[in-house]
Design a binder for this molecule. Structure first.
Ligand code: PLP
Ligand code: COI
Length: 352
């Protein structure tokens, strides 16, 4: 693929302290256009800046937007690597297919990501737990108000040097089980990374924040009975020695961290069940003392212990609000591979 590179003449000074998450952006961005007749064209890396769009552009009215999230990690030997980027490429195309946006040949999207990281590699931070968060996204870009199938789209990649997603870091987070709103139903868009899913989650997220909770844990959209996932991560529970995680039913995101955790756990000899898990079963396990650990997993959140759950007006504490053994093992293994501190026997990492 032909990618033109226009370098900035005014590189920014790189902040090295208090990075936060998704607040600072690098010097460049990747842009590529799509037209139904022409296909994908004009792939380019240009100086980072605002985007000017026609006010009738599809994305502003009918929400045609999908995105991905992956990280570039600085290894101890100074090299830069990505974690399973092909999985993000595949999921982006799966989201595109559902939302009616164009797919891109896998190798082309991967090449765009790798080239962009190569250009921005000096921005990959090297502090503990820090990485360069990459955000590929695509919008419907027709310039009219009719509701039609999409003929024009734009694909972008931006990047943000980031620290930990939660201010809690690796310390346990407090999660509110949402009883009123639902995020997704089967047949809907829950399994995609489309902006609309996050818009549907805003109201509950705001309510949770007001109560002092970090994020919402969603229940299924039909019976409001089964555990689904948290706002920005999948969830796993250790119940009486077995790891239980909601199965991929179509309404939750098929997380790449989730998939990696399952492989690592099975290889370490743990029994892992992907199945329906009702909130009643979870509360019964809490009350009988068999809920040993709970954690969320995602690219931004990595592996995050869940220390408290709120449901039905009551607060439940898990594992004395401490990180559990399996959660710690998983965190060490995944972050070890991602930051190149331990050998990657899975061949998950791709060096720049
Ligand atoms: N679930 C939701 C709703 C998310 O936004 C994310 C983050 O990407 C995840 C789960 C975890 O997915 P992954 O591990 O691929 O980052
Ligand atoms: C990620 O983990 O990459 C995410 O996309 C989470 C996010 C919505 C901040």
């Amino acid at each position: 693929m032909d990618i033109k590179i226009e370098r900035t003449t005014a590189p920014k000074e790189k902040q090295t302290e208090n990075l936060g998450f998704g607040k600072i952006f690098t010097d460049h961005m990747f842009i590529m256009n799509y037209n139904r007749e022409k296909g994908w064209y004009n792939g380019r890396i240009v100086p980072f800046g605002s985007i000017e769009l026609h006010p009738a552009t599809t994305v502003f009215h009918y929400g045609a937007e999908i995105f991905e999230g992956l990280k570039a990690y600085r290894r101890a030997d100074g090299k830069v690597q990505l974690f399973r980027p092909i999985e993000n490429v595949k999921r982006m195309n799966s989201s595109a297919e559902r939302i009616g946006l164009p797919q891109m040949p896998e190798q082309d999207m991967l090449e765009a990501i790798l080239k962009f990281v190569e250009v921005e590699q000096d921005w990959v931070p090297s502090g503990e737990g820090e990485s360069l968060y990459l955000r590929p996204f695509m919008i419907g870009a027709d310039e009219h108000l009719g509701v039609h199938s999409i003929e024009n789209a734009i694909f972008y990649i931006i990047a943000s040097p980031s620290g930990s997603y939660y201010t809690e870091g690796i310390n346990p987070v407090k999660i509110m089980i949402e009883e009123e709103d639902v995020r997704a139903v089967r047949g809907g868009t829950g399994y995609t990374k489309c902006g609309g899913n996050y818009a549907a989650a805003n109201r509950a997220g705001e309510r949770a924040e007001k109560k002092g909770y970090t994020q919402v844990l969603w229940l299924d959209g039909v019976e409001r009975k089964y555990i689904e996932e948290v706002g920005a991560m999948n969830v796993m529970f250790k119940i009486d020695g077995t790891i239980v995680t909601p199965m991929l039913s179509g309404s939750i995101l098929p997380g790449i961290t989730r998939k990696s955790c399952i492989e690592v756990l099975k290889d370490a000899g743990y029994k892992v069940e992907e199945r329906l898990l009702s909130v009643d079963e979870l509360l019964a396990a809490l009350q009988s003392g068999t809920l040993e650990e709970a954690w969320g997993c995602g690219t931004a959140a990595v592996v995050s212990p869940i220390g408290q759950l709120y449901y039905g007006g009551q607060t439940y504490t898990i594992n004395d609000n401490k990180i559990g053994k399996v959660t710690q093992e998983l965190y060490d293994k995944l972050t070890g591979i991602q930051w190149g501190k331990i050998e990657d026997n899975y061949k998950w990492t791709v060096q720049i």
